[in-house]
Write a protein that binds this ligand. Structure first.
Ligand SMILES: [Zn+2]
Length: 141
């Protein structure tokens, strides 16, 4: 099956693009490369072709660059308590998922994710492109 990014992943990436038009996309990604394919990763398509992960480069601004990805990641983490489309978040040496009741805990994988934020999605996000209600990503309340 042809790989396709889940609707939730497309929507979230679009919100990043809408809010941070000049952002650096160097470390962006969704579809896993051959290195990913050898291990279990949400960047690898499942049998139906669904890819349930995106990477967003840490640099959300052109110059000068206030580093606000930590705040965005934190708002994502908070939203994930109620938005069941988010499976887990890895950023800056930390991971948050429902397993840790959405608290940050140290991430011990090889890639510490210092340059991008990884967001994995559940199957609930396959076809659900609802707006992610995140203040730093365009939510109005
Ligand atoms: Zn990733």
């Amino acid at each position: 099956m042809k790989p396709k990014l889940c609707a939730a992943g497309k929507q979230l990436r679009e919100q990043f693009d809408d809010c941070f038009g000049d952002r650096d996309r160097t470390s962006d990604g969704w579809l896993g490369d051959s290195k990913h394919a050898t291990r279990k990763s949400d960047h690898n398509p499942d049998e139906q072709g669904w890819v349930r992960a995106i990477d967003i480069d840490r640099d959300l601004f052109g110059k000068p660059k206030p580093d606000i990805m930590p705040d965005v990641a934190d708002q994502l983490r908070t939203l994930a308590k109620s938005d069941k489309r988010i499976s887990y978040i890895i950023f800056d040496g930390k991971i948050a998922s429902s397993k840790s009741v959405w608290r940050w805990r140290p991430y011990t994988g090889i890639n510490k994710h210092l340059h991008h934020c990884h967001i994995s999605f559940t199957i609930k996000g396959d076809e659900d492109s609802s707006f992610f209600n995140i203040p730093l990503l365009g939510a109005t309340k």
